[in-house]
Design a protein. Structure first.
Length: 298
């Protein structure tokens, strides 16, 4: 099976984006803030933490003195990103994390893991690196992200070039991601979504922002030739025609999936066995219970 993403190209683009990222990191910073809030809701200490895919340190700056974290190791695939993060930062790949088994209290990841080729394998590595009852908390882009851009580009390519090419990354569904947490051995897995819609005056500004964030196309099966000017202009027109609001601005939708899971520990709460409930659901709802196969009486 061919890996969907060119990780070498991703590293190159993140290195290139690092020096000017502060002008384009609004989405990274916004999601980092939401991630930090979720961590703050967990009333316990996490002495040793890792920020996996740290960009230029957006999560680290927010967590200074927060979240019960004493030491934070920031990790990024791109050397320039890790260097600009400051503090304790190293260069490493999310697909081959360099941490000993049972060594970490919490692993965080902010808008990075949607570029991982072997996501199940990465999740297993993270779970193994956590101490018993250690926490994994991540945010990644999910299905529905940049749906407007994808539709506009598709319409334009069909019109101008007579066919389609992969232009926007395939994003995972929240239900599939929740299932992956369980399959990777995490307990108490939770996956939920938040939608962030950004308003732009022009589709070109959106594309420039994606480029500036290092989030442009790194699909292995991408078309190697640059997008034709005619196709680009047609895509911008489709975007405006299909999605612009009454004020003429266009939306860009980002579907953010938040993942939470815990490394197994004997003291964690466990689900009840089927049939072991003390009270009946019908009593709580003040209704009558009808055996399967029978019809309720009027």
């Amino acid at each position: 099976m061919i890996a969907p993403f060119d990780r070498n190209l991703l590293r190159h683009r993140r290195n290139r984006a690092a020096n000017g990222l502060e002008g384009f990191d609004f989405l990274i910073a916004e999601v980092a803030d939401r991630l930090a809030d979720r961590l703050a809701d967990v009333r316990r200490a996490f002495p040793l933490a890792v920020d996996l895919g740290c960009h230029t340190g957006q999560v680290g700056r927010l967590l200074a003195g927060r979240g019960g974290i004493e030491d934070l190791i920031q990790v990024d695939l791109a050397e320039n990103m890790a260097r600009r993060a400051g503090g304790l930062a190293i260069v490493a790949d999310e697909e081959a994390i360099p941490f000993a088994e049972g060594s970490l209290d919490v692993v965080l990841s902010n808008l990075s893991m949607h570029w991982v080729n072997d996501l199940p394998g990465a999740l297993i590595q993270i779970r193994r690196a956590l101490k018993p009852d250690g926490m994994f908390l991540a945010a990644m882009l999910g299905t529905g992200t940049l749906a407007e851009l994808q539709q506009a580009l598709s319409e334009a390519e069909v019109d101008e070039e007579g066919g389609l090419s992969p232009r926007v990354s395939p994003f995972a569904d929240v239900r599939d991601l929740g299932d992956l947490l369980g399959r990777a051995g995490f307990t108490l897995p939770v996956a939920d979504t938040e939608t962030i819609t950004v308003s732009y005056a022009d589709p070109m500004r959106l594309m420039a922002d994606l480029h500036g964030m290092g989030e442009s196309n790194v699909l292995v099966e991408r078309r190697r030739t640059p997008l034709r000017r005619a196709t680009l202009m047609a895509a911008a027109k489709y975007y405006r025609d299909l999605f612009s609001g009454h004020d003429g601005r266009i939306p860009a939708t980002f579907q953010v999936v938040f993942l939470t899971g815990w490394a197994p520990h004997a003291d964690q709460p466990k689900p009840l066995q089927p049939g072991s409930a003390i009270n009946r659901l019908s009593e709580a709802l003040h209704t009558s219970e009808v055996p399967l196969g029978e019809k309720a009486k009027p």
